[in-house]
Ligand binder design. Structure first.
Ligand code: NAD
Length: 298
């Protein structure tokens, strides 16, 4: 508990995660490129860091929660970044969903300065971040994980070390394949029911308790039926995750045909201006092809 925590990246996920650390009594110094996000956390008791470097200078463990590989690389290794300020013996926990190869590259640079890194991406979305029920999948050394597991358990319910650095993000990519394919399949099912004149809400109620039921269906079918596509998890971030999946799969010679297809759908939705919508808006791609709109009541 005596650890001083740094937190960089106060977006949809980072803000509630940092708030949970403050509620648990940790001393937290925060930074975001958007100043208002820092000010909100300061009202909740955080200290403001002037830069990623500044946060690292006053912290023993530094958490980053940023959009993509290039953002983690810049914030940790770049000028005025975490590594410039971090002391030997400190630990960086990068909770962003990024390419596993980037986690390994960042860890290698950190180890030259005696700084340890865990990659620890999460699943569970904004509600999981608010309610501290995230699934946290971690890559890194066992002894470093052991020093951080109490801290991670303040933000998540299921905290699992899956292997060396990079394994956390491999696990997250596996998760994102399953979520994307599920939302796409759910969208196809909803569009078919609608076009057949069968109320999609009744279809949902009939099948949710059977084999087709899933956490994805429970979260996303109500959003589709209520025509509520407020993110949640943005189309552009899921497109980014599937891009990282396909890049990693290519390096390993693993064909992933369904993932590639859904990634193209997400790209098309971004061209339609839907990058900021929730990923349940994959439904729009299927609706457009079928010339139908899914609605409660059929
Ligand atoms: P977001 O875009 O809402 O937040 C990212 C934050 O990082 C923003 O506040 C941005 O200003 C800040 N930022 C970017 N570059 C920075 C830098 N160099 N220095 C300081 N701050 C910087 O994204 P999010 O939804 O919170 O997602 C964060 C990560 O978590 C992503 O990798 C995403 O894929 C993953 N994730 C998101 C969800 C979700 O439901 N939103 C769920 C699981 C995982």
């Amino acid at each position: 508990m005596a650890d001083r925590i740094g937190f960089i990246g106060l977006g949809i996920m980072g803000k509630p995660m940092a708030k949970n650390l403050l509620k648990a009594g940790y001393s937290v110094t925060v930074h975001d490129v958007v100043g208002e996000r820092v000010e909100e956390l300061v009202l909740d008791g955080a200290k403001a860091g002037q830069s990623s470097r500044g946060v690292a200078q006053v912290s023993d463990k530094i958490i980053t929660m940023l959009p993509d590989s290039a953002d983690s690389e810049r914030a940790i290794l770049g000028p005025n970044g975490v590594l410039e300020g971090a002391k030997p013996g400190s630990i960086i926990i990068d909770m962003s969903s990024i390419a596993p190869s980037m986690s390994q590259k960042i860890a290698a640079e950190c180890s030259k300065k005696g700084v340890e890194l865990l990659d620890a991406p999460v699943s569970g979305g904004e509600p999981g971040a608010i309610n501290a029920t995230l699934a946290i999948m971690v890559g890194g050394k066992q002894e470093v994980f052991d020093q951080c597991s109490d801290l991670l358990k303040v933000m998540g319910r299921n905290v699992v070390l899956t292997g060396d650095v990079g394994a956390g993000n491999i696990t997250k990519l596996a998760n994102q394949i399953i979520v994307a394919a599920n939302i796409e399949a759910l969208s196809e099912a909803m569009v078919l029911a609608q076009k057949a004149g069968v109320d999609p809400e009744r279809v949902f109620n009939a099948i949710r308790g059977g084999l087709a039921g899933s956490a994805v269906m429970e979260a996303k079918a109500p959003m589709m039926l209520n025509r509520n596509f407020r993110a949640g998890f943005r189309i552009r971030l899921h497109q980014k995750d599937l891009r990282n999946v396909l890049q990693t799969a290519q390096e390993l010679n693993v064909p992933l045909p369904v993932t590639a297809l859904v990634q193209q759908m997400l790209g098309s939705l971004m061209n339609d201006g839907e990058g900021e919508a929730d990923h349940s808006a994959i439904l729009h791609f299927l609706e457009k092809m079928a010339h139908v709109e899914v609605r409660k009541g059929g």
